[in-house]
Design a protein around this ligand. Structure first.
Ligand code: AMP
Length: 568
């Protein structure tokens, strides 16, 4: 397919804001795509060249892109930088620079989406000596072969800033209406189609291959997608509840478990091979040989996929450690064994999705837990079931909650006993009960340099919540307290790597870093895009275990605002 067709679609998507209209544009477009191209095209629509679980990131910095645009347009870097300062967007900058040049260069060949895709994938294979120059050459070559509009989207894709709003839910709906339903389909069958797409996505994590299967094999094909060992799945997500009694009122008896302040780990076992994944689908098998060892010893099933929370334990006191300390082990490349000794873990299991050739997604939670207990040879304190009680007695639940807090855990998870396992979405199957005013997990979208002695650091951070419908991040406050000097320094280092544009003392950054933030109150405020502002926001920690798509949503902020008793 010619890349210009894709560029036109991007432009159309940019020009509409409703979720329905976007899904409609994508559905019509997908119908016109040949099967062998679908997988790549769906990734490109999402601004990616690797599925979300892939460890690869293009990682091209602003400065390198300015050089590439300069090289391919013949304009000086200063000139390109000048245009960038005005537009604040390197995609538009590239478009303008290329447009200025196009009278003189006649493009011989049309750019294909395959060529763009393959070249962008090549960027991650360029490592070692001279790799920066080779990357520069490859990006410039792509921009040289592009029409102005194509250059806009190629550059944005490389920088991970496509932002046309093709959020996951929209792609799902588009696949459904492109290949699985039409106007005559009954409502119930539409629901089945959505379920089938979600199921296949939950297991493969890749809408590209899901689209291909939907087109080639329809609902039946999607329903046949099975467990794929060694590939991460989507995990079930919970909702927040304000009070224990609210959940009990709605569901009666609940399974209450400690909500451990650790890291979710999905353990896959197939014979002697084991894999560990995080809730963000990162492969952490190498980083946690101790969990692999424990799982090998304690899980009796030949094949299984189970889930739990891994917790760092203070080797001296036996108390749980704050997540940040365990977090140091997550991206470790060296000294892995040493770290495993210094920061030992405890795994508390709470679910099983597959055992002995049987998928358990559609089994009720009570049954999944029973099956899990059957295959578990626990080592108490190391690898065990999560602490739990089953009751509808709110007093008992309150006591259990206090016990969890005393045990230095975060609170409770209240789970609905007959609920099934649903991938990737916040469904009403488990509810978290945490401290008084629940902290929010928000994304940094811009930052400002400090004054006086703090002028070497970025000390004020603009925070945003997520709009799941559009994929946009909506500002809801500015935070500058709660960090130590070391934390300001390391945050500055992190943010400098993801600068998108600069205006005087403020830099915009890619929405990447998620912070847990405490605050006194949520107020209505026209000064922020979300319509809400946090009063006295305070830094708690970086949520290394969360990506921007896991940040709290505008709905969550609204509901917390309302729970303060000021419905507006
Ligand atoms: P949150 O990160 O605040 O959205 O809460 C959800 C997270 O709580 C999950 O992703 C798990 O990592 C963690 N968690 C801790 N204990 C449990 C438990 N017993 N059941 C489910 N999730 C748990």
């Amino acid at each position: 397919m010619e890349y210009s067709i894709l560029a036109d679609i991007y432009e159309k998507l940019e020009n509409v804001s409703s979720k329905l209209a976007k899904a409609d544009i994508i559905a019509k477009f997908l119908k016109s795509v040949q099967s062998n191209e679908l997988s790549k095209i769906v990734l490109l629509l999402q601004g990616r060249v690797f599925p979300s679980y892939s460890e690869y990131e293009l990682g091209i910095a602003t400065q390198m892109m300015i050089k590439a645009i300069s090289k391919s347009s013949g304009l000086s870097s200063e000139k390109v930088d000048g245009i960038f300062k005005k537009t604040g967007d390197l995609g538009l900058t590239a478009e303008r620079c290329v447009a200025g040049r196009s009278q003189t260069i006649l493009l011989k060949k049309k750019l294909s989406s395959d060529h763009v895709f393959e070249n962008l994938q090549k960027l991650v294979t360029m490592t070692g000596e001279g790799s920066q120059d080779r990357k520069l050459g490859l990006i410039s070559e792509l921009i040289i072969s592009a029409q102005p509009k194509e250059a806009r989207y190629i550059v944005r894709t490389i920088l991970g800033e496509l932002r046309v709003g093709a959020a996951e839910g929209i792609i799902r709906d588009a696949i459904v209406s492109a290949f699985l339903i039409d106007e005559k389909t009954a409502k119930e069958d539409k629901g089945k189609a959505v379920e089938a797409v979600e199921n296949a996505w939950g297991l493969t994590n890749d809408y590209g291959s899901v689209a291909e299967m939907a087109k080639e094999m329809g609902i039946k094909g999607l329903q046949r997608v099975g467990i794929q060992f060694g590939k991460p799945m989507q995990v079930m997500l919970g909702l927040a509840a304000e009070k224990i009694e609210d959940v009990v009122k709605e569901f009666g008896e609940v399974i209450a478990e400690y909500k451990y302040d650790g890291m979710r780990v999905i353990i896959e076992k197939k014979g002697n091979r084991l894999w560990l994944f995080t809730r963000r689908q990162e492969d952490i098998t190498k980083q946690f040989p101790d969990i692999v060892e424990l799982a090998r010893k304690c899980l009796k099933a030949e094949e299984c996929i189970v889930e739990g929370e891994a917790l760092g334990i203070d080797a001296k006191t036996g108390h749980p450690l704050p997540f940040q300390i365990l977090g140091q082990r997550v991206h470790r490349k060296y000294d892995i064994e040493k770290m495993a000794k210094e920061i030992p873990v405890q795994v508390n299991l709470f679910d099983a999705m597959y055992i002995h050739g049987k998928t358990l997604f559609n089994a009720p939670l009570t049954e999944r837990r029973k099956e899990l207990e059957k295959i578990l040879n626990p080592i108490i304190g190391k690898f065990q079931m999560a602490k739990s009680i089953i009751t509808s007695d709110t007093e008992k639940l309150e006591q259990f909650y206090q016990e969890a807090l005393k045990g230095r855990q975060e609170g409770l998870m209240l789970k609905v006993p007959d609920s099934v396992y649903t991938f990737g979405r916040h469904v009403g199957a488990m509810y978290k009960i945490k401290g008084v005013m629940e902290n929010l997990d928000l994304v940094i979208i811009s930052a400002t340099w400090g004054e006086g002695v703090r002028s070497k650091w970025l000390t004020s951070y603009e925070l945003a919540c997520r709009d799941p419908d559009t994929g946009k991040f909506l500002s809801c406050g500015n935070m500058s307290t709660g960090l130590s000097e070391e934390e300001y320094a390391s945050m500055t280092k992190i943010l400098k790597k993801i600068i998108v544009s600069e205006k005087r003392k403020t830099i915009s950054v890619k929405p990447k870093i998620v912070l847990e933030v405490a605050y006194q109150e949520i107020q209505k405020s026209p000064n922020y895009e979300s319509g809400f502002g946090l009063r006295f926001p305070r830094f708690v920690r970086i949520r290394e275990d969360k990506g921007p798509n896991d940040a709290d949503t505008i709905e969550r902020v609204t509901s917390l605002y309302k729970s303060q008793g000021k419905i507006g």
